[in-house]
Design a protein around this ligand. Structure first.
Ligand code: UGA
Length: 429
């Protein structure tokens, strides 16, 4: 098929590459010349394992094209909207870009049947708005709208897209659903088809329950510390019940990224405006904030001397994304307390430099960030940190103090090696 994506963020770019890899002719529309030029030259702009190879492969095969022109819409059977829906101060999703893009698509539809599919995370009812906008722009066009939410995770985006657990397609009629089912034929995973509204709600509900699991784990971590339990033992004990499961139940320094914080707030806003008590999700957000504040308190209590090293700045491993990264929030508070911070992250340093500039120092290696420091703080569980030689780490640090926001080491082992080791939901040893 010939298909077009509007937007080349994580979702647009990764999905476009995957569909090109499956043999489709794929156009990607963007509006920043500098970014489009990089993409045309095989630079994916974002750090995502494996993405550069797939991008280059499909550029070489000439199945993948980047452009700033909406002309591609004209020859496409399916047009995906994959632009951002950032939160407004109220938590409500800002749909201005999505609706603007809908207009442009409407103006450029061809005189054959097209399915305009929304991959952006949008509140229930948005696809009907998109449909109305296109109908207003072009009275006679032969098109349907569909909601095809995306479930890929940063860091494992390609695998998640090639081998998803499920593909959700919401549409008004079978014609649109069938065309999209055909397009997705090369991908694994269960198919869930239904209404536009169901598909729109599935996306928010999925992210919200995942965030709820994390906040629940963090709440149990907090209680574990109070009662002297070990949260890892507690969560293993409950997670082995197959009705509960242990996936996505890791406590830490809170969830971040461009999705969970935004989507939980957006669903809270949707429910509240409909008169539904959204207390559960308010709680999820509140715990996520509180857990970061408590981690900051833990750093102050465990590391009173203020020349500290930081390992990990991205909101999770295997990405350079720092949006809503817990590290960022806690570092901001530590700076107010005059901590001197030297940070290392395998991929995210450049992004942090653009924002924090010389407020902190940056290291080229994990070892350098730890060298001669009064304490080491861990915000992200990169493999490099899990595998670091702890004997070397002890020699590097001025004081053997570690405050670990991702529970990557064993407290007993750390104690035996002579570290002061504070983690999440476990006794400081
Ligand atoms: C999330 C969802 O997992 C994807 O399914 C979804 O497609 C995506 O949002 C989106 O809406 O676009 P992502 O934000 O890339 O993906 O990353 P996750 O792996 O979900 O992690 C989010 C945050 O939760 C990270 O800060 C991570 O450290 C934290 N987390 C995750 C925990 O604190 N504990 C866990 O057990 C799991």
């Amino acid at each position: 098929m010939t298909i077009t994506f509007v937007g080349h963020g994580y979702v647009g770019l990764v999905t476009a590459c995957v569909f090109a890899d499956l043999g489709n002719e794929v156009y990607v529309i963007g509006h920043t010349t500098e970014k489009l030029n990089k993409l045309k030259n095989g630079d994916p702009i974002i750090y995502e394992p494996g993405l550069q190879e797939v991008l280059k492969r499909n550029l070489d095969s000439k199945r993948l094209h980047f452009t700033n022109s909406y002309e591609a819409v004209n020859k496409s059977e399916v047009v995906f909207i994959a632009v951002g829906t950032p939160p407004k101060p109220s938590g409500e999703a800002d749909l201005s870009t999505v609706l603007e893009v809908a207009q442009q698509i409407g103006k450029n539809l061809g005189n054959h049947y097209t399915v305009v599919s929304c991959k952006s995370t949008v509140p229930v009812g948005t696809n009907r708005k998109i449909e109305a906008i296109i109908k207003e722009v072009v009275k006679t066009a032969d098109f349907d709208v569909a909601s095809v939410p995306e479930f890929l995770r940063e860091g494992s985006a390609l695998k998640d897209t090639f081998e998803p657990d499920r593909i959700v397609i919401g549409a008004n009629n079978e014609k649109a659903t069938n065309l999209l089912l055909k397009l997705h034929e090369g991908l694994t995973g269960e198919r869930v088809t239904g209404t536009l509204e169901s598909a729109e709600l599935i996306k928010y509900a999925a992210n919200s329950i995942l965030a709820t699991k994390i906040s629940f784990a963090n709440l149990i971590a907090l209680l574990s510390e109070k009662v002297g339990a070990n949260v890892e033992e507690v969560l293993t004990g409950i997670g082995l019940d197959r009705r509960i499961g242990n996936i996505f139940l890791s406590p830490g320094v809170g969830y971040g990224g461009s999705c969970f914080p935004k989507d939980v707030m957006a669903l809270t806003h949707i429910g509240t405006t409909l008169g539904v008590d959204m207390g559960l999700l308010h709680g999820v957000t509140d715990i996520n904030l509180a857990i970061k504040d408590l981690f900051y308190e833990k750093i102050k209590a465990t590391a009173p001397d203020k020349n500290i090293g930081v390992w990990g700045l991205s909101f999770k491993p295997d990405t350079d994304d720092i949006r809503e990264a817990p590290a960022f929030y806690v570092i901001g508070k530590l700076l107010e307390d005059d901590y001197q911070i030297t940070a290392y992250d395998p991929e995210a340093t450049e992004n942090v430099k653009r924002l924090l500039r010389d407020k902190i120092s940056y290291s080229d290696s994990a070892a350098d960030a730890a060298k001669d420091k009064d304490a080491l703080i861990i915000f992200t569980e990169w493999n490099e940190f899990k595998q670091f030689d702890l004997n070397e780490l002890k020699k590097l640090l001025k004081k053997p103090v570690i405050i670990d926001g991702r529970n990557i080491y064993e407290p007993k082992k750390m104690k035996d090696m002579g570290f002061t080791y504070a983690s999440v939901g476990r006794k400081t040893t």
